[in-house]
Design a protein around this ligand. Structure first.
Ligand code: TRP
Ligand code: ZN
Length: 882
């Protein structure tokens, strides 16, 4: 156990900073093991602070303090200050006028395996400061509402670190004796220290430019390790697309003359929006048709856009404190979702986002770690970069967009930018700007920021033939979450459309309103009736179109009704959703049959529905593929009272096999019609062809058919792009296949020098339902290419096994749980952030049977009692058990 229980930070305790930092001049003499940092801070008392404190308290961790000088002339002695493990207090600093504090300290990047602060990745030095990493570089006021102007000088060996980067514009450089050189950078914009970055290393750069709407030329540079220079073109194009989109949709233009992106191999998350110098996980930069899949290409464009969009939503306007994280993350995720929808297919993007929300965020909201999108307490802020803050946060912004309309939303964002440029603000400020620009009242809507949990909407309806009216009764209820026993009703936009039995659009006309093709109902009460008039027949009801709110729906619907919506709903989301509900209901029934040892039989309505989908011409082949996809095991598990991973797997596999048997001809034709040898085509057409073809292949490979197994083998051998090669390999790994072993070996041989491809190789094996998977995972842990110090590798093996392989992770004997706990304990000292994220597979223990519950909690207890347990791990493990 820890010596002292770690402290909790509360939103209610927020106070403004006692001191402000106006400017920072940083000087780094870079060295792998001993970097010298000199920081010259210009400070003054904050006039807004009511505190009478005359001592200055700075944060700092793992720093070796060398000296402190006040006002450039007085060196402080140890009577003038006090150090603790995480702070430096300077006694009696000047109160009446600004003062200058120069601090010298050293740090050791080489032993920094937590990848926070200054660290080493493949010989390159780089930083990660969000959320609280700057304090591992030097003493500072490490909080987002302290914003300062930074100038940074980097001094380093010219051979090892020929490229020296920091935020802003390069202002000077020079040579020094002993093969050293230096570069100075100046960032003209005030920023919190979490947006500081430096990078030094042997990097190559792809350069291009962007001309802004006002005619300024921006230089764009992407820095990578030399062997990756041939994988940057897509990232560059993505950046240009994002810059254009933000001008067109939000009127936001880039503000510096230079935009730099650096790709690093060791990174805790996806990417980081440091001002003018984004640092990225290589996974979200590097792509070549033969090394990256279509979905990698899409994710790269999305993450490049996300970090770029942060320049306005995050950097120019930042967060007052970390409880406001969703202010920048929710909004920026919403922006990147809309961007990707515009670039690819709106329907497909929405479905993918909702799939992720409903499987992973809903689980978070229903579990012991549920928190509002604006949390009110944390032990370790790194634990709150969650699906709730990001994805549910984006849904909340999307609901505002739905309620105000695109134009109203734009008025609101314009006002938000105009009011708060250069400030550190709150979620409340965002909502106020939206209200003021549109003259609306969002007081009840604000509860979305403070209330955790997923609301459940229960919908019933009655049709009155004589009056030609339809009454829709909607009840809302939100189950209690930790610390919030009672929930207030929320303001929920429910988009509805009506369809006549013949398939035509029925008018949506609320009592006293005008007729429209669809309406947005504003639910504000615990129970509310909505009366539609002028309906000549009882219509089918399409509710929550476009998934207009992050809620669960309870509505009695027959399989026939769902099949009708699957063929007739004009809303692309609800059409797909009807299919998912249809298959979902049937699989749920089959799960019960498996549990009761009954013979399995697939309701022919499913086969008919799929046959109909297959018979139609589809323009958007990616959407078509989604219509043919079965709900995931994780989604099905979410719907069950007590999760039975074995029964779910069996039932779902049975449906897949039965569909393949019954629709073999159609699936084969579709496969063959769309199978081309395409190398580098990334237009929607080629992507769609690959997606539908590989969806068919996955069904067909459930069959025990040698000819089809040969197709897969052939596709693997001849593929000219990673999408096709990986799709073929995965059907061979996930189904019995004669060439499985050989192809896995060949794949490794072929790609052993491409780390990101080898990650796929690890993840694929770790997530396979094949019976030998656990043994394979254990063997892979000992593979020379496995490394616990590389987060991407850990996520590929340990993460994929625990989070994407329910069948084997939840083995009844508990071996999966024990394995995961072993890795978490090893990671706890190495990289607490990654360790803590790996716990997520254990936190939902209450959802399983008693035997598994006991095994899972035993491992959580074991994790919690690890010696020197980190705050990160302690918080998640203890709250999971509470
Ligand atoms: N702000 C980053 C983003 O949204 C994510 C981030 C937060 C991060 N903390 C981090 C990235 C730590 C890397 C490491 O894109
Ligand atoms: Zn972000």
């Amino acid at each position: 156990m820890r010596d002292a229980s770690p402290q909790t930070t509360y939103l209610k305790d927020y106070t403004v900073p006692e001191y402000l930092i106006h400017s920072v001049a940083l000087n780094f003499v870079l060295d792998e093991e001993n970097t010298l940092v000199t920081s010259r801070l210009t400070l003054s008392r904050n006039p807004a602070s009511r505190s009478m404190e005359t001592d200055l308290v700075l944060t700092g961790e793992n720093l070796l303090l060398r000296r402190i000088v006040l006002n450039d002339d007085t060196e402080l002695t140890d009577k003038d200050y006090q150090k603790t493990l995480d702070s430096l207090t300077v006694y009696n600093v000047p109160q009446q006028q600004p003062f200058v504090l120069t601090i010298e300290n050293t740090i050791n990047p080489k032993i920094n395996t937590a990848l926070e602060g200054l660290y080493l990745s493949n010989g390159m030095l780089c930083t990660q400061c969000e959320a609280e990493g700057f304090r591992k570089i030097t003493y500072f006021l490490d909080r987002p509402d302290v914003m300062a102007k930074f100038t940074t000088t980097l001094v380093a060996d010219k051979g090892r670190y020929p490229v020296l980067l920091s935020n802003g514009n390069k202002i000077a450089q020079g040579e020094l004796p002993g093969n050293q050189h230096w570069v100075s950078w100046e960032d003209p914009f005030s920023k919190p220290c979490y947006l500081f970055a430096l990078v030094a290393g042997q990097l190559e750069c792809l350069e291009d430019k962007f001309t802004t709407q006002s005619g300024r030329d921006i230089s764009l540079q992407i820095f990578v390790e030399p062997h990756d220079l041939d994988k940057c073109a897509h990232a560059m194009q993505s950046l240009q697309n994002a810059m254009r989109w933000d001008e067109e949709v939000y009127g936001c233009e880039y503000d510096l003359d230079l935009y730099m992106i650096v790709a690093v191999s060791h990174f805790n998350m996806g990417a980081m929006e440091n001002k003018g110098l984004n640092v990225f996980n290589t996974k979200f930069v590097l792509a070549r048709p033969d090394t990256a899949t279509d979905s990698d290409y899409e994710h790269i464009e999305g993450v490049i856009a996300h970090e770029y969009f942060h320049n306005w939503t995050g950097n120019r306007i930042t967060c007052r404190d970390w409880f406001q994280l969703s202010l920048k993350e929710g909004f920026t995720v919403f922006r990147d979702q809309e961007f990707t929808g515009d670039r690819t297919s709106k329907a497909v993007k929405r479905i993918e986002d909702v799939n992720m929300l409903r499987t992973r965020q809903f689980a978070e909201d229903a579990g012991p770690l549920a928190h509002p999108i604006r949390p009110d307490a944390y032990i370790e802020i790194n634990n709150f970069y969650t699906l709730t803050v990001y994805e549910k946060g984006a849904e909340v912004v999307r609901m505002i967009h739905t309620l105000l309309g695109a134009e109203g939303f734009r008025k609101g964002s314009d006002l938000y930018f105009a009011r708060h440029d250069g400030q550190a603000v709150t979620c409340e400020d965002f909502v106020k700007a939206m209200e003021a620009a549109n003259n609306v009242d969002l007081s009840q809507f604000r509860r979305w920021y403070s209330q955790a949990g997923t609301p459940v909407l229960t919908i019933s309806h009655t049709y009155n033939a004589a009056g030609q009216t339809l009454t829709l009764t909607i009840k809302q209820h939100c189950p209690p979450t930790p610390g919030q026993a009672v929930k207030e009703p929320l303001h929920i936009p429910v988009k509805v459309g009506l369809i006549y039995p013949a398939g035509s659009v029925a008018p949506c006309q609320l009592e006293g309103g005008a007729a429209a093709d669809e309406v947005i109902l504003e639910l504000t009460q615990a129970e509310q009736d909505f009366v539609f008039t002028g309906l000549t027949a009882a219509p089918a009801i399409s509710v929550l179109r476009g998934f207009s709110a992050p809620v669960k729906l309870v509505m009695e619907r027959s399989l026939e009704e769902l099949a009708f919506l699957l063929s007739h709903d004009s809303d692309t989301f609800n059409r797909w959703e009807a299919g998912q509900q249809l298959v979902g209901q049937v699989i749920t029934g089959l799960v019960a049959d498996v549990q009761n040892n009954r013979e399995l039989r697939l309701d022919p309505i499913i086969i008919d529905a799929f046959r109909q989908v297959l018979a139609q011409p589809w323009e958007d082949l990616s959407y078509f593929s989604l219509l043919l996809s079965l709900p995931s095991e994780t989604y099905l598990a979410e719907q069950m009272e007590v999760i039975d991973v074995v029964a779910i797997h069996k039932a779902r596999e049975f449906v897949k096999l039965t569909l393949a048997e019954n629709l073999q001809n159609a699936l084969q034709t579709l496969y063959l019609n769309n199978h081309r040898d395409e190398s580098g085509q990334f237009d929607a057409g080629a992507i769609g062809r690959r997606r539908i073809k590989n969806t068919c292949l996955s069904y067909l490979c459930a069959l025990d058919d040698l000819a089809i197994k040969n197709w897969a083998h052939q596709q693997f051998k001849t593929a000219k792009n990673m999408t096709d090669q990986m799709a073929a390999l995965s059907v061979m790994v996930n189904n019995p296949h004669y060439a499985r072993k050989q192809c896995l070996t060949d794949f490794y041989q072929q790609w052993q020098h491409e780390a990101l491809v080898i990650d796929k190789w690890f993840a694929l094996q770790a997530s396979s339902p094949a019976p030998d998977t656990f043994a394979t995972v254990q063997a892979l842990m000992a593979h020379p290419a496995f490394d616990l110090g590389t987060p991407n590798r850990v996520r590929a093996l340990v993460g994929a096994f625990s989070q994407a392989n329910p069948l084997h992770f939840h083995a009844a004997n508990g071996q999966g749980y024990q394995f995961l706990a072993d890795q978490i304990i090893a990671l706890n000292t190495l990289n607490p952030q990654v360790a803590s994220r790996m716990i997520s597979a254990l936190t939902s223990w209450r959802r399983y049977d008693a035997g598994r519950q006991a095994l899972m909690t035993a491992q959580l207890e074991r994790i919690m009692s690890t010696e020197a347990v980190s705050k990160d791990v302690y918080e998640i493990a203890s709250k999971s058990l509470a």
